[in-house]
Ligand binder design. Sequence first.
Ligand SMILES: Cc1cc2nc3c(=O)[nH]c(=O)nc-3n(C[C@H](O)[C@H](O)[C@H](O)COP(=O)(O)O)c2cc1C
Length: 216
Amino acid sequence: MALSAEQLAALRCDYSLAPLRRADLDGDPVVQFNRWLEQAHVAEVIEPNAMVLSTVDGEGQPWSRTVLLKVCDERGFTFFTNYGSAKGRQMGGNVRVALTFWWGALERQVNVTGTVEKTSVEESAAYFQTRPRKSQLGAWASAQSAVVEGRDVLERQFAEAEERFGEGAVPLPEHWGGFRVRAQTVEFWQGRRSRLHDRLRYVRTAGGWEVGRLSP
Ligand SMILES: Cc1cc2nc3c(=O)[nH]c(=O)nc-3n(C[C@H](O)[C@H](O)[C@H](O)COP(=O)(O)O)c2cc1C
């Protein structure tokens, strides 16, 4: 069964949970973001740290996919991935990216634009060591984004990684690590009635951040 065209066209919510006023915002978008992230966690949003990462390839084609935010501090928004993946190669050629968080239960969205840089090997290794062993082995087993013949190939590669490392520690692969997004803009969006949503955007300036309201 599929939704009818009428059902699909009729799907909508009128947002009414809360307003977002300029006075509610912290002067620092990182503090504001971490406040909203914590509220999404308390509201039991599934994977509140999931964010859509958009990158641009050499032909100007944008690509998007979800990754998990692992650190958000004054340096930026950090996630971890395979450097040889499609996104890893795209960011190698074009450092401009965008991030989107959608917290439906709170009727909130956050949009970030900025530029990426790799985290240090020490930072990547420190995070890699906190991952479950099977995820560490998965990072060795999967040439992320490459076409594979079938699931059995992946499972064989995983078994080979298990055999290779035995009971010992699984080291950080050279092809795996973090990227940190240094924000240029951060927009906080709160759904409101009649589509008159609140949109407040921080723009980085030489001396700090300027905040402006955008039309919904
Ligand atoms: C909720 C969720 C979280 C994910 N987190 C990550 C992540 O942190 N790092 C990652 O490399 N892929 C993550 N993925 C998988 C990516 O969405 C994507 O399939 C993969 O990174 C390959 O992307 P690419 O081929 O565009 O490089 C996640 C997927 C979902 C649905």
